[in-house]
Design a binder for this molecule. Sequence first.
Ligand code: DC
Length: 229
Amino acid sequence: MEKRLVVAIDGPAGAGKSTVARKVAEALGYLYIDTGAMYRALTLAVLRAGAPVDDAAAVTAVVQRCRVSLAPGPNGNRVFLNGEEVTGEIRTLAVSNAVSQVAAIPAVRQHLVELQRQLARAGGVVMDGRDIGTVVLPNADLKIFLTASLEERARRRYRETQALGHGSNLEEIRKNLEERDRLDSGRATSPLRIAEDAVVIDTTDWSIEQVVTHVLRLCRRRLEACCTE
Ligand code: DC
């Protein structure tokens, strides 16, 4: 039977990770796992509970009562919080503004990292996030780090939120991305950084199709190398 790869895709918000990861998974017949959606679901639970996002003990208490699950959907993962579908609600600016603070709390990360590792255990997965190649799946067969300029990433997120029918403002999105870059890269636990063995792709001037084609080529090369190892 053909080996089924574990592919890790990391990078800052708006670099195209989820679209690329989803399309690569589709092309290979693999499972796509959006770990950002998991952090967003827990953040929604914290906001709903009215817990202050900077109070680690209060956030931990909420998160410990939560169960997050994913299912394949037409446009990426469908996301469930204690069985309730929250796929649309986790993309609002309120969640985007709070998620980096919630994701910096060690108990939140512990809660999700174990689940993420279980989902990847059987292979045949493309997982995207911030710490997949560095912390969650350090033995992944292929690690990709996608990046793009802040301006381009803001334009992409703006188009995405417009398409979802959420009211949004380009400048507000740019500020949110800039702040999240700062928090995600600066936190003590599992900060966003490039794994030593990752392939870095700057997607600023690339179309999604170009990036997908390139990543699929890297996957095929990796599969060939696995067969001859
Ligand atoms: O990919 P995204 O923008 O939906 O992710 C939302 C937030 O979740 C992001 O700002 C940081 C956090 N995150 C994380 O800390 N670790 C991951 N593996 C994925 C996301």
